[in-house]
Ligand binder design. Structure first.
Ligand code: GAR
Length: 212
């Protein structure tokens, strides 16, 4: 049994997707938020999952916040830390502590559009495809070995909202998939890349909703 801790900051729909996927061999030890009012906390508590708040506004520095967050995480001794809409920049020390066992989901096809407002920027850039990426976390923001991506078309009349909605559907599919692969020990980090052993037939990780 692999134990995971999920970090959220808000709505928590990706966390919810992981909980609802009921991944064999995965136990969700805790859901931790840096915001006391994060909507996702209620959902998790309602499912009997241990919830906790480490409020970043109560700390004088990023380092002190990260230290307290790490203590909260480590009490559960997780095999994997899952950032699911956790909107804090993490210190290098924190990232190194969980090196190779912390993943993040980002709403773009990295390395394009790291940072914020990814859907707006994708529309403004005129790209024909956009999407989401699950990656291991490294000290560089929105960087690190890619586990899975999903692409969606950008349609001519897309707004930031319609595009975000289409991407979110894919996020909810690929994040549980990534956690499952890691829980099954099918993801190896080799020379800075994440290699997925016995991945599904090619095409499944890109636009699988249409093709698979
Ligand atoms: C998701 O779209 C996630 O990809 C994004 O925040 C949203 C959280 O939604 N994360 C980032 O932008 C991280 N750089 P959720 O709380 O409903 O899962």
């Amino acid at each position: 049994m692999k134990s995971i801790v999920i970090l959220i900051s808000g709505r928590g729909s990706n966390m919810e997707a992981i909980v609802q996927a009921d991944i064999p061999g995965v136990r969700i030890a805790a859901v931790i938020s840096n915001r006391p009012k994060a909507g996702g906390l209620q959902f998790a508590a309602g499912r009997g999952i241990h919830t906790e708040v480490v409020d970043h506004t109560a700390f004088e520095s990023r380092a002190l916040f990260d230290q307290s967050l790490a203590e909260a995480i480590d009490r559960h001794a997780p095999d994997l830390v899952v950032l699911a809409g956790f909107m804090r920049v993490l210190t290098d020390g924190f990232v190194r502590r969980y090196e190779g066992r912390m993943i993040n989901i980002h709403p773009s096809l990295l390395p394009a559009f790291g940072g914020l407002a990814t859907h707006r920027r994708a529309i403004d850039a005129g790209v024909r495809f956009h999407g989401a990426t699950v990656h291991f976390v490294t000290p560089t923001l929105d960087d690190g070995p890619i586990v899975i991506q999903a692409a969606v078309p950008v349609l001519p009349d897309d707004t930031e909202e319609t595009l975000a909605e289409r991407v979110l559907v894919e996020e909810h599919r690929i994040y549980p998939q990534a956690v499952r692969w890691i829980a099954e020990d099918r993801v190896r980090l080799e020379n800075g890349r994440a290699v997925v052993l016995a991945a599904p037939e090619s095409g499944c990780s890109i636009n699988p909703a249409l093709e698979c």
